[in-house]
Design a protein around this ligand. Sequence first.
Ligand SMILES: [Zn+2]
Length: 169
Amino acid sequence: MMKTLSINNFEFAQSEQSIAGVLDILEMDRLTDVLLMQEPLPESEIQFTLTGYNKKYSLPSLHLSVDAHLPTTCQRCLNAMSVQLKLEFDYLITDSEPAEFDENDDLDWLEISPVMSVPALVEDELLIAFPIAPTHSSEQQGECKQHAMQSGEKPNPFAVLKDLMNKAS
Ligand SMILES: [Zn+2]
């Protein structure tokens, strides 16, 4: 049902509607292609809220907030891990790029559409925000190294390269 969730984005913004929901990661084909998910799937969840505003900016706008836990594979120890992404966006709804638009980096824009797919928009933003080589965070690095030693696997060459680059900078 969520898969086909679409809105008239201009009317939605003008009439200041709001929707919230949970999306199924398994329905996001483009996203699951890049996640390197392992079986069994760790807990994953994609929550979103989309709210319309008529007069927050010079044009009707949408605010999107996404809170996602995405299953993936640590590129250092090759164990399953979860990446949390908390994202916030404001989009102007307009047929052409607003004048002097690039002066405000915090603002995006979307073309007026009577059938804008909300799951596709969320998926687009998750694809852009997802790290290229996800690894356990610094708080979790003990776990990461322990796993790498226990499994006896050689470190992933890309992860080693990334470490070298981090040290050099
Ligand atoms: Zn790791």
